[in-house]
Design a protein around this ligand. Structure first.
Ligand SMILES: CC(C)(COP(=O)(O)OP(=O)(O)OC[C@H]1O[C@@H](n2cnc3c(N)ncnc32)[C@H](O)[C@@H]1OP(=O)(O)O)[C@@H](O)C(=O)NCCC(=O)NCCS
Length: 156
């Protein structure tokens, strides 16, 4: 059970587009179609399909502060990669893929030469906060676009 991140192209787009989070999780993350469309217009974006062999598992999207982008605002962390979207499809949740996806995010952060990984989660009863807590992404006490900001040092 090894998760790999692959660039989305003409041939592998369709299975990734079809993946959905669980019913009741719609408020937590955008659909893959929206993320893939936004990714085309985000100069600092890194959007990848998540695969276990030839089985489509989910989608990960990140933003690097190393590339100039209209997404960045005054005061944003310049030393942290931003985990923008993460979706593990309904039928593949609870098998350890999400934890592997966060490891991929840390690895990509290292590739960019950045010391920190940041994300944010919506304030809601059903929330991935405990999941991120287990992956070492801790609350900073700040809000980011009305979401709870989480930050971690990239493990050595
Ligand atoms: C959050 C999400 C990515 C987790 O993926 P997953 O593949 O189900 O997670 P894993 O199986 O790797 O779980 C890793 C650990 O976190 C725990 N965990 C996962 N989701 C959890 C939750 N909602 N609450 C508490 N613990 C949770 C697991 O029990 C596991 O614990 P362990 O290390 O003790 O075994 C997935 O549920 C998802 O896509 N949710 C909908 C979209 C979303 O919320 N995305 C994140 C916001 S951008």
């Amino acid at each position: 059970m090894i998760l790999e991140a692959s660039k989305i192209d003409f041939y592998n787009l369709s299975p990734i587009l079809k993946l959905k989070a669980q019913s009741g999780q719609e408020h937590l993350v955008a659909s893959n179609a929206i993320t893939i469309a936004q990714g085309r217009y985000e100069p600092a974006g890194w959007v990848r399909g998540l695969w276990d062999g030839d089985i489509a598992i989910g989608l990960i999207a990140m933003i690097t502060p190393k590339i100039k982008s209209p997404s960045f605002e005054e005061g944003d962390h310049t030393d942290a990669a931003y985990l923008w979207r993460l979706v593990i499809a309904d039928e593949h949740q609870g098998k350890g893929y999400g934890a592997q996806a966060v490891a991929i995010a840390f690895q990509q952060t290292r590739v960019w030469g950045l010391p920190k990984l940041q994300t944010s989660v919506v304030r809601a009863t059903i929330s991935p906060l405990p999941f991120y807590d287990r992956q070492g992404l801790m609350r900073t006490g700040n809000m980011l676009d009305k979401e709870i900001e989480l930050l971690a040092d990239v493990p050595a």
